[in-house]
Design a protein around this ligand. Structure first.
Ligand SMILES: Nc1nc2c(ncn2[C@@H]2O[C@H](COP(=O)(O)OP(=O)(O)OP(=O)(O)O)[C@@H](O)[C@H]2O)c(=O)[nH]1
Ligand SMILES: [Zn+2]
Length: 311
């Protein structure tokens, strides 16, 4: 028997609306419709493929809850991972702002890992050195910043908390018309910066969590805030680690310009720059042309990758 012809696009699919996923709590998503209204949303078929930042097609709200029928193609997708799993952080962003300060003590590896993850995702990174007013730890923080600049990364220096009137226009100029994800270790001043850019962010979140009775949960998830006409500020919860389980060896080389520039001096074309003889990278470390701390980071990152079963 002949199969029945596939039905033409149903009236239902034509009535789908397009909106943005602005928050996710496990399988609970929140979609902002074209009119700005927020809807609680579930993914049709319980697929776990929805990420904050996604543009989705969803069905008309019934009882306030909508069904996400389709995730539209993304322009970018940023990951971070831990030992156990790789997690999407946000989609459709075009800048990653990495915030650090001299106090609490920052970990340069966090910054370097975030830079590698951004490079891997093809998203422009920018490093923000906050709390320039603090004396404590100033030297290390300034040295870290100078090194990042020498590596070719864009940076900004501000005191978001103590000189907000100076910091605000600097931030506004750089982040207008961009969709920026902010990442940083806890306590670096991410929330302070966010509040300068979006003064009512706290109120928006409170309103939202009260309306949906979410309590404290809202502070522990990634949130998308529209910013101006065509920009967005995406706040991620502070975390201490920025795992790179989703990177391969080549991604590390591509994301570390100071290492990459010496690989042409290696004898073996497949040199990993770890224990091989006549290695251009190790020679550069020995001469003092590569910062030993950066090489240590390189070694640790690559050794983790090479330990994986795939290699
Ligand atoms: N001295 C000084 N303190 C600042 C500055 N910016 C922020 N702070 C302070 O640093 C502390 C941490 O700032 P937050 O904005 O809460 O940091 P956060 O990165 O959002 O931290 P989490 O919420 O843990 O992720 C607060 O006490 C701020 O007042 C600054 O420019 N100078
Ligand atoms: Zn080598």
């Amino acid at each position: 028997m002949a199969r029945p012809a596939k039905p033409k696009k149903s009236a239902a699919s034509e009535s789908l609306l397009t909106g943005r996923v602005t928050r996710s709590h496990g399988r609970h998503h929140f979609v902002q419709g074209p009119d700005g209204a927020l809807y609680e949303a579930h993914r049709r078929g319980r697929k776990g493929d929805v990420v904050v930042g996604d543009m989705v097609r969803y069905s008309e709200p019934s009882g306030g809850v909508v069904a996400i029928e389709e995730v539209l193609p993304r322009t970018s997708l940023l990951f971070r991972s831990d030992e156990w799993r790789t997690k999407e952080l946000a989609s459709n962003i075009d800048l990653v702002a990495i915030v650090f300060a001299s106090r609490p003590t920052f970990n340069p590896w966090f910054i370097w890992k975030a830079l590698l993850a951004a490079t891997k995702a093809g998203i422009t990174p920018i490093v923000i050195r906050n709390k320039t007013d603090l004396e404590e730890g100033r030297e290390e923080a300034d040295a870290a910043l100078r090194q990042l600049e020498a590596l070719g990364y864009e940076t900004l220096s501000i005191s978001a908390g103590s000189k907000p009137e100076e910091a605000k226009p600097i931030l506004e100029t750089r982040f207008a018309h961009h969709k920026t994800l902010f990442v940083g270790q806890s306590g670096m001043g991410k929330s302070t910066i966010l509040n300068l850019l979006i003064p009512d962010a706290g109120a928006r979140t409170r309103e939202f969590s009260e309306a949906l009775d979410l309590g404290k949960q809202t502070t522990t998830v990634t949130c998308w805030y529209d910013y101006g006409e065509d920009g967005a500020i995406v706040d991620s919860p502070g975390f201490q680690e920025f795992g790179l389980e989703h990177l391969d060896f080549d991604d590390v080389i591509l994301g570390m310009p100071d290492i990459r520039q010496y690989v042409t001096g290696c004898r073996y074309f497949n040199c990993r720059h770890l224990n091989e003889p006549q290695c251009g990278v190790k020679d550069a470390v020995a001469r003092g042309d590569i910062d030993p701390k950066r090489y240590e980071f390189y070694r640790d990152t690559v050794e983790r990758i090479l330990k994986r079963p795939k290699y």
